[in-house]
Write a protein that binds this ligand. Structure first.
Ligand SMILES: [Zn+2]
Length: 472
């Protein structure tokens, strides 16, 4: 689903940035490389070789080794590129502390959402992320209008980039003009000139904004009451008027710098626009859950996964604060399980034999859901925890909820209590290929009746969270 792709890219970028900025090196040994699209890979390689030999002068042996191995790792990665991709490439690489005395090498390769303009190499105790920070803003576009009686500017905000489209100086005389004409007549002339000017601005706005469906709103700013008058008197095309975001924004200027001021002052409003959208999704979910039979709501990882597997989920609501990993583990006895864990680096025991297991696949939980959702054309919405509704999603529903396409039957509570007391694994009788039960609790009941149970590689069952952590 193309829509999900953009959202996923945005989420992945944001998530990677959170991780990258959280690392602190033991020494000056974390390397950040920014490569613009037009830079030759061979030049970057030459630069790295030079840095590599410089690094041999580093006094601390450990730091030297860390820096050199990070450079090696970056060079190895770069070898896989013929040329930088569109927008360029950013690589972060270095040894970061783990539990105890250990360190681990991390490497992030970022395809930035906006173009990298200059080549940069930094080696420091933190990764250098400043050029990427601005790109974290909402990537959708807004129309921009700044207006007063003397001038007006039209522009577009996409991501953090402001593009000036048109600028007009008005011929409206200043009100303080002391001409020979009577003041009443002069006032009238001013108003006519102003009217003509506003019409011209509005006509141009129609021309540049109307055929851009990607604009999710129009921000209007200016120093005085003119902007309010301009909007209230309906100069704008009615389709554009619907997109004007209130409140209008006060700015000191109406030229190009005014557009920048408008965007700066409207940052809170832009965040609110997204939050409002998220709130609406959550309200839809709450409306369902308030129905006596739970309506089309579904929540909790196990239930939502089950509904997803059935293709029953219309919209998946995931909290941005869901900081978990989806791992595949393997124990020495050869059992494999898919589990959701808080930390993939922590010791994980095989749920079957309790032996220490090795992580063979490790993925962000939300990315895992994105992949699953794509199979069934399910829309994924990442909900920030910044609104009351978003906070509730995280705290009351474990950060995972869904609005269903059709009802998935639920089980009576007696089944659930049986299932809870039954221990962690599924029955032998549920073989790959057997019909999938429409309700996860049903299978729990059959499990209770047909011990002994052991796990098998049937994907749907492997992807279960251990029973003991489930909440119906
Ligand atoms: Zn095992």
């Amino acid at each position: 689903m193309a829509e999900n792709d953009a959202d996923r890219a945005k989420y992945d970028f944001k998530k990677a940035m959170q991780e990258i900025t959280s690392y602190r090196g033991r020494g000056t040994e974390l390397i950040s490389v920014y490569i613009p699209e037009n830079k030759q890979i061979s030049e970057v390689m030459a630069y790295l070789r030079n840095e590599q030999s410089q690094a041999s002068n580093i006094k601390s042996k450990t730091t030297m080794n860390h820096v050199q191995s990070a450079i090696d790792s970056i060079a190895a990665r770069l070898k896989t590129y013929k040329a930088p991709p569109a927008n360029g490439l950013v690589i972060f690489c270095g040894e970061v502390p783990r539990a105890g005395d250990q360190t681990k090498m991390v490497q992030y390769v970022i395809n930035p959402p906006e173009a990298i303009t200059a080549f940069m190499y930094r080696c420091d105790s933190t990764f250098f992320t400043d050029p990427l920070d601005a790109m974290l803003l909402d990537k959708r576009s807004y129309g921009l209008i700044t207006i007063d009686r003397s001038e007006a500017t039209l522009g577009i905000l996409s991501g953090s980039r402001i593009q000036v489209l048109k600028h007009f100086d008005s011929l409206v005389p200043s009100k303080h003009h002391q001409g020979g004409q009577s003041s009443v007549r002069f006032e009238r002339l001013i108003e006519i000139a102003a009217h003509e000017f506003f019409k011209k601005v509005a006509d141009n706005a129609t021309e540049v904004f109307l055929n851009r469906p990607e604009l999710i709103g129009i921000l209007v700013g200016g120093p005085g009451a003119t902007k309010d008058f301009f909007v209230k008197e309906e100069y704008l095309h009615h389709e554009l008027r619907k997109k004007v975001i209130s409140p209008l924004v006060d700015t000191g200027y109406t030229d190009e710098s005014g557009l920048r001021e408008l965007v700066d002052n409207a940052k809170g409003i832009i965040v609110d626009v997204r939050l409002t959208e998220e709130k609406e999704y959550m309200q839809r979910f709450f409306r369902e859950i308030r129905k006596a039979d739970g309506g089309l709501s579904c929540y909790g990882e196990a239930m939502v996964r089950n509904a997803l597997d059935m293709g029953a989920v219309d919209m998946l609501l995931l909290s941005e604060a869901l900081d978990k990993r989806r791992v595949t583990i393997q124990c020495p006895s050869g059992h494999t399980h898919d589990l959701t864990v808080a930390d993939a680096d922590a010791r994980i025991q095989c749920p079957e034999c309790n032996a220490n297991a090795q992580v063979v696949k490790d993925e962000d939980l939300i990315d895992d859901f994105f992949m699953k959702a794509d199979e069934y054309n399910t829309k994924v919405e990442i909900i920030s925890p910044d609104s009351e509704e978003g906070d509730m999603l995280m705290r009351a529903f474990g950060g995972i909820a869904a609005i269903l396409r059709y009802k998935v039957s639920r089980c009576p509570s007696w089944m659930i209590s049986q299932f809870r007391s039954a221990g962690p694994w599924r029955p032998r009788s549920a073989r790959p290929g057997s019909t999938s039960p429409s309700c996860p609790w049903m299978s729990a009941v059959s499990r209770v009746r047909t011990p002994p149970w052991r796990c098998s590689p049937w994907p749907r069952w492997r992807s279960r969270t251990p029973w003991s952590t489930l909440r119906p």
